[in-house]
Design a protein around this ligand. Structure first.
Ligand SMILES: [Zn+2]
Length: 453
């Protein structure tokens, strides 16, 4: 199908915009089993499903990181295939319930699958649509317009859910855990042929020190952890996960990845937050946009960040000059006097981090970002200016420039012998010196001297 004919039959809607697609989690809904006169119904379903998904922790705390879009494509008929009931429907992505082997009628899949191995008749259409309308998609959810419970993680590429109320309240949340964070199922029922690969929330490791979620296990929790009331609220090592009743372990007695209707466990929640930060950075933009600055005047320089804004907590900011934190500089803006820097190369930096308690282990530093500017300062070391009489016996002049170690005012009558009469520091690159009346009765020369660097 050509791009233009695809466009002609496709209705692309923006449902929620929280920022630039380049630095947001872009959630895209796809319509399966909706006829062309059911597009408004699809947009309503998409809006409602986004609201359900984004009200679950940790999506809720990062709801502002998401944009939401909907791509409506028309199917000839409503619904989906249900081979067990002898039902077939002519739909755009050729979805079907079941898996043809065991009694898993709640599984919905698209080609290539057990009924149709042709990628271009299912997943290929998903890939084309996303590439055309939202190449920066982070999470795609296919809404299947069928009232029978069902869904799947679409081979890890697209979360699939039917629009049955019990599906919408749970399946998009669970399947998004698979697609976004590569979480594993914490089910204990057999699933022959399922790959043996461990996920962030499943393991065969029973050595406490080597358990990947050890940071969440307190020393008084036994390993393995008994599946009893006493331990139902703690993270431990509970046997039964990854479609195995024995030999595989999960972090918590109950979790969204094992049971519908319960929250994600701490380990799955951590993996989801890390997955958010694999797709967005903490800083949307900064100024000056040029990170190599050459400065030759003492005018103040403004630095500023635009950061993301999670819900319920704020990101932390710390500014530094030449590697040294500035005590009070913890806002998103910083004003710097070039005279307070060294002549030559300086580094002004902002370290931004997310202090969320949801993440205890972040080896890749996904929750931190540093923005730094190289600031090359070339100011005249010291300059005397604005000489003026205050009264017949007292006069003043201004010292300006760069003197981080302070300066001395010296006087001489012969340009050979110099004596210091005052020492001080520049404030914002300048200082006004007043000569005391009567202190220097005869004509003198004045100079300002900085200590050697
Ligand atoms: Zn979990």
């Amino acid at each position: 199908m050509s791009a233009s004919s695809l466009l002609a039959q496709t209705n692309f809607h923006t449902l929620v915009t929280n920022g630039p697609a380049a630095n947001r989690l872009n959630l895209v809904f796809l319509a399966e089993g909706y006829t062309s006169n059911q597009f408004n119904l699809f947009f309503t379903h998409a809006t409602n499903t986004a609201n359900i998904l984004l009200s679950n922790s940790p999506f809720a705390e990062y709801r502002s990181y998401f944009n939401v879009f909907a791509i409506a494509v028309a199917s000839a008929q409503s619904g989906s295939d249900r081979p067990v009931d002898g039902i077939t429907r002519n739909t755009y992505f050729n979805s079907t319930y079941g898996n043809g082997v065991t009694v898993r009628e709640e599984l919905i899949s698209i080609p290539p699958n057990w009924t149709n191995g042709n990628y271009s008749q299912g997943q290929g259409k998903v890939d084309n649509l996303l590439q055309t309308f939202m190449p920066a998609t982070d999470l795609a959810i296919m809404l299947v317009n069928d009232l029978n419970l069902g869904g799947s993680d679409g081979a890890g590429k697209v979360a699939i859910t039917s629009i049955a109320p019990n599906s919408l309240s749970d399946i998009p949340v669970h399947e998004s855990g698979h697609v976004l964070a590569n979480l594993g199922d914490e089910y204990t029922t057999p699933n022959p042929g399922y790959p043996d690969t461990e996920e962030p929330n499943t393991t065969r490791e029973t050595n406490r020190a080597l358990i990947k979620w050890n940071a969440w296990i307190t020393p008084d929790t036994p390993i393995p952890t008994p599946p009893t009331f006493d331990y139902q609220e703690v993270v431990g090592l509970f046997e039964g996960a990854h479609y195995n009743a024995t030999g595989w372990y999960r972090p918590k007695l109950n979790c969204r990845m094992g049971s519908l209707g319960v929250p994600f466990c701490e380990v799955c929640r951590e993996a989801l937050v890390l997955s958010f930060y694999r797709n967005v950075r903490l800083v949307d933009s900064f100024s000056p946009a040029n990170t190599n600055l050459a400065i030759s005047t003492p005018d103040l320089v403004q630095f500023a960040l635009t950061t993301l804004q999670p819900i319920g907590h704020t990101l932390t900011v710390q500014w530094l000059t030449n590697g040294i934190p500035i005590a009070t500089a913890t806002n998103t803006t910083l004003t710097v006097s070039p005279a307070s820097l060294n002549n030559g190369v300086n580094v002004v930096a902002a370290q931004i981090s997310d202090p969320t308690p949801f993440v205890r282990t972040d080896p890749q530093n996904h929750l931190r970002q540093t923005v730094s500017w190289t600031v090359n300062v070339s100011l005249p070391a010291l300059e005397l200016s604005a000489p003026r009489w205050l009264n017949p016996n007292q006069f003043a002049f201004r010292i300006s420039g760069v003197a981080p170690q302070g300066f001395a005012i010296q006087t001489s009558t012969n340009l050979t012998d110099w004596a210091s009469v005052a020492t001080n520091f520049l404030v914002n690159g300048q200082f006004d010196y007043t000569n005391q009346a009567g202190a220097n009765p005869s004509a003198r020369l004045f100079r300002a001297v900085t200590p050697p660097r």
